[in-house]
Design a protein around this ligand. Sequence first.
Ligand code: SF4
Length: 475
Amino acid sequence: MKKPFDYALIRTLYTAAAVLLALFCVVSAICIFCLVPVIWWLGLILLAAGGAGIGSLFPFRKYMQKRIDEQPEWIEPPVSEEELEKLRKKNEQRRAKLAEITPEEQALLDKNAEALANGDFEAFDDEVEARKEQRERELRALDDEFVPADGESLLEVRHLKMYFPLKKTIGGKVTLALRAVDDVSFTLKAGETLGIVGESGCGKTTMGRSILKLYKPTGGQIFFEGRDIAGYKPSKMRPLRTKMQIIFQDPYSSLPPRSTVGGILSEPVKVHHIVPAAEVKDYVLRLMEQCGLRDYYYERYPHEFSGGQRQRICIARSLSVKPKLVICDEPVSALDVSIQAQIINLLRNLQEELGLTYLFISHDLSVVKHISDKIGVMYLGTMVEFGDKKSIFHNPMHPYTQALFSAVPNPNPDVKMDRVVLKGDIPSPADPPKGCKFHTRCPIAKEICSHIAPVYKEYEPGHFVACHCYPQEEE
Ligand code: SF4
């Protein structure tokens, strides 16, 4: 249980020392050229001292490299009882503050409950309801804070939020935020593929990037191998970078144009010390073969390849550090249909061979159906339906999922397409509609939908839906 070696700090100190000594040498050299004999001698001594100092750094550098090579795996030290008690107290305080309701607000809530019982939505106060819903969501997140991670899952996401501030007061208080991901929860077991579908702008990519900590999440917990990494600093995330990788959507802009394929694939292997330095080239060539790339591509540059080949390079780059979780962010949307099939098959074969876990983001439902074990449907930053592939495809419960799936073409000409066409555009995540976020486009929206947000509940084992069409109260 050793804390990770702080490479960044040591490297900064090392560089600062080298720069100071170099300056020392330069000043001394200037002194030597001065005509005053005393300064001349002083300069000579300084030059010798600077040179000796720089020379002494070389053994230190070797020592540094050895320490980095022998870097043990970072294991989270257990939280002490004292610290846990402090966290619990903090949680209790937040809870008490959230649960505090003023008599005026209680009166409004009672009025709302009465209006709801009478079906009188004219008298219903949406603002009060929205505040109540927000409070309940925060309380649920606080309740889950001390629930231990599900030991069977590789990735467990709880109440994940990613808000981007749009307007702030002078004091820094956020007054308007774009809610790109708003209270998303799911679990993913090792070796499985979770497909995330939804329209452009629904928060799929932001969610993937927040899980990887490329963005700092606004709230929620992200358990990876049982550790909550949501609050990890970049230096603490570094040992985990090898275990979590991403394949970007655009293979044209995600490769450095001035590096050869060999350089692109070797760099992460060297940086993370995946294999000894002498074996890097063989390792990269084996990896290229695994990803369907010829060995003579090693010296070529990205611009010499087609889109499909570039995506293979991107896949090889992400696999070069032996990850466990790969976030595939629309990896085939920029490719031709024939190439898409090759890449999907490659991803499936690699999954079987290496036991990888995928979070597969796409808006192409047929691709998601082909590759996924579980499916999550997102709308305007929230998960509206989640379940295994069979239940989602055979029994889509949410009207948005039904509309999405009705657009999938059926190759059988005898099957009548029952297409549900959604009207209007996806609303702005900076100003989402009150109540159910989908009510402005839902073909079966009811009065209640525009006032009260539905609860995200499990209606069948492992099948979660948020919709007023299904019983909302606990049985
Ligand atoms: S809650 Fe209402 S508006 Fe939302 S999806 Fe269900 S029926 Fe449609």
